[in-house]
Design a protein around this ligand. Structure first.
Ligand code: 5GP
Ligand code: ZN
Length: 131
């Protein structure tokens, strides 16, 4: 049983913020800022490919609710929603989870570096994506 399934089962304690039939939201044990929340489906899915659309909808509704709490109850001006999909993307716990990371002005966090498309590259990738 994965560590988040153990949290769902109550075998590992967590600070639960919200729970319903399909979804659990709890505090990340090592927050970027206090109030960093993880939202997970109760049913184990490793990643976005595995979760059903119905369960994903339920999860995203809770992501929205938790975002509102972060702003209204903790007075943050905004937050990032991040999902590390697969180990190559930084996923350490193999149970799908959305991070809600509250942000503070000038907190030094940066998302990622970007680049320009080379000539014809965007068209090529679009053809692959849509064919
Ligand atoms: P990932 O890198 O997989 O996207 O993020 C996993 C997150 O889970 C990390 O931010 C980490 O702090 C958090 N985490 C790992 N183990 C536990 C735990 O036992 N309890 C809680 N509440 N969070 C955990
Ligand atoms: Zn699991």
């Amino acid at each position: 049983m994965c560590i988040f399934c153990q949290i769902v089962a109550g075998k590992i304690p967590s600070y639960k913020v919200y729970e319903d039939e399909k979804v659990l939201a709890f505090l990340d044990i090592k927050p970027v800022h206090p109030g960093h929340i993880l939202v997970i489906p109760k049913k184990h899915s490793a990643n976005l490919e595995e979760i059903s659309e119905e369960d994903l909808k339920a999860v995203m509704i809770v992501v929205k609710k938790m975002g509102n709490l972060i702003k209204k109850k903790l007075s943050y001006a905004g937050y990032n929603v991040t999902e590390n999909n697969d180990p190559i993307a930084g996923q350490e716990i193999p149970h799908l989870h959305f991070h809600l990371i509250p942000r503070i002005a000038d907190d030094g966090l940066s998302n990622w570096t970007q680049r320009e498309y080379a000539d014809g590259e965007a068209k090529e990738v679009l053809q692959k994506l849509t064919s």
